[in-house]
Ligand binder design. Sequence first.
Ligand SMILES: [Zn+2]
Length: 171
Amino acid sequence: MEKLDGYKVDLRGMTSDTVSYHWQADNDFFSAVQGPEIKHGSLDVALRVKRTSDAYELEFQLRGGVEVTCDRCLEAMTQPIDALCTLKVVMGDDYADDGEVVTVPEREGTINVAWNIYEFAALQIPLRHVHEECSLTPALSQGEMVNGKSSNGKCSDPRWEALKQMVKSDK
Ligand SMILES: [Zn+2]
């Protein structure tokens, strides 16, 4: 995990109430994290840590794309990622994660957010992900799958677009 040491965030040592971090999570990142869904990708990650009276609010902005497998033709495709995710961290005696709040041991005072970044990215992958041209063709024969497919298809999922609009209009 030493490759991911750069993703350690020092909370206890914060010298001001807001601290910013910036990472490029690339293929090396995804191979070091060893998550099940994403093996390759390129994400621009900006983190803003805000210290409040009782907690630390971590706001992650993820932008870029990750490589997933098209559900239909089983070829690689790029899933665009553009997400704003938040994480609340408090200090306590032992490490804990209840899904909403992460507790880090006060004696350490740091949190490594590599896995959180991975999970946020994985959450953005829609349940069903297919190339645009694959989704337009309801039933492909074996031959069509081999011959009729372009190598760099773009992905688009109407539900995902709708969700993005919801998130945008939420601001
Ligand atoms: Zn496909």
